[in-house]
Design a protein around this ligand. Structure first.
Ligand SMILES: Nc1ncnc2c1ncn2[C@@H]1O[C@H](COP(=O)(O)OP(=O)(O)OP(=O)(O)O)[C@@H](O)[C@H]1O
Length: 319
């Protein structure tokens, strides 16, 4: 995966309805394959939205259509208040993107490639190009390897260069397709930090991932894709709780715990060797007090977050 940045002409206009991007009935069909099956995606302004889904669920195709890189079979796309791809020339300079596809010259160095990208950024004067490139290389941790040919870069270094290109100038929206692909744990942490920094300054970020843990660590909102469809979207906290808040209690005496809770009118069941207590009518202190009072030792009690985890497990378990 290599990076490519979209550019040209900077201008600010407020997107409608507090959304930085929106798709309506977005669909893409390749022959007999329905890659994207009518997606209504909403990307709130200022949010970090994680597009989550197993391989082949349509994340990249959706992102490519959002950026005007792939023509939809049906449906519409609005980015920063403008129809895409019709108004791509107005919108794309304000959008930094790291997406799959060829973008860099194999025989040029990382720095030379980035200088070429920077020369196409309308927001950069020629006098600002060198320092913008230097800053971007520093920011993604590639300054030390900037003189080396792109051809010899590892996947992780290619990812970093793509990200550097996306961050050459301040953007209103940054779109990252699987940005941690090929990165080691330290590189993954750096990407998280960069996303957090973008969020702090109010940049909207749309980032795809097939890892729930990745999305949980970085995103304020999530959109879950499965077989081309959007099966859930919303703010992360709400989705995580959507299966109903519950408490998972580890104890050596599960049977005793079940009796103690049920005797006190607290519905509970065993789940994978621990007690699961729905928190609709009781709160965690009451559950723990009931168990302790009955002489059932509590090793650990934690809030379960069934909604998104269950949903995502169901998606990823399918062949
Ligand atoms: N250019 C293409 N031609 C034919 N089929 C395609 C093309 N691009 C994507 N597809 C198919 O569309 C479906 C969705 O692919 P897409 O790359 O959007 O999924 P994804 O969720 O991004 O997967 P991954 O996590 O593996 O990148 C897949 O079945 C894929 O094989």
């Amino acid at each position: 995966m290599t990076g490519v940045v979209e550019s040209v002409g900077a201008e600010i206009s407020a997107p409608t309805g507090g959304l930085a991007a929106r798709t309506t009935g977005l669909r893409k069909v390749y022959g007999s394959t329905v890659a994207v099956a009518g997606v209504d995606l909403e990307v709130p302004r200022g949010a970090v939205v994680g597009v989550l889904g197993p391989n082949g669920s349509g994340k990249t195709t959706t992102i490519r259509m959002l950026l005007g890189l792939t023509q939809p079979t049906a449906g519409s796309v609005e980015v920063l208040g403008h129809e895409m791809p019709t108004h791509g020339d107005r919108v794309l300079p304000r959008v930094g993107a790291l997406v799959e596809g060829p973008g860099f010259h194999p025989f040029l160095s990382g720095r030379e490639n980035l200088l070429r990208c920077a020369a196409m950024e309308p927001a950069l004067d020629s006098g600002e190009i060198r320092s913008a490139v230097g800053d971007a290389l520093e920011r993604v941790g590639l300054a030390g390897a900037a003189h080396r040919r792109y051809r010899g870069y590892s996947l992780g270094m290619k990812q970093r260069l793509g990200l550097a290109a996306a961050l050459l100038v301040a953007r209103d929206l940054v779109v990252l397709d699987e940005p941690t692909n090929g990165l080691d744990p330290a590189g993954t942490r750096e990407i998280r930090r960069i996303i957090a920094d973008l969020h702090k300054v109010g940049t909207t970020v749309l980032v795809s991932s097939h890892l729930l843990s990745e999305v949980e660590a970085t995103c304020t909102h999530v959109a879950v894709m499965h077989q081309g469809s959007l099966v859930a979207q919303g703010d992360l906290a709400t989705l995580l709780e959507s299966g109903g808040p519950h408490l998972l209690v580890s104890t050596a005496d599960v049977e005793g715990g079940l009796h103690a809770l049920r005797d006190n009118g607290i519905p509970a069941r065993e789940e994978d060797g621990v007690l699961r207590v729905e928190l609709t009518e009781v709160d965690p202190p009451e559950v723990i007090a009931t168990l302790v009072h009955a002489g059932v030792g509590v090793h650990e009690a934690r809030r379960g977050r069934a909604g998104l985890e269950d949903l995502f497990a169901r998606l990823t378990e399918e062949p």
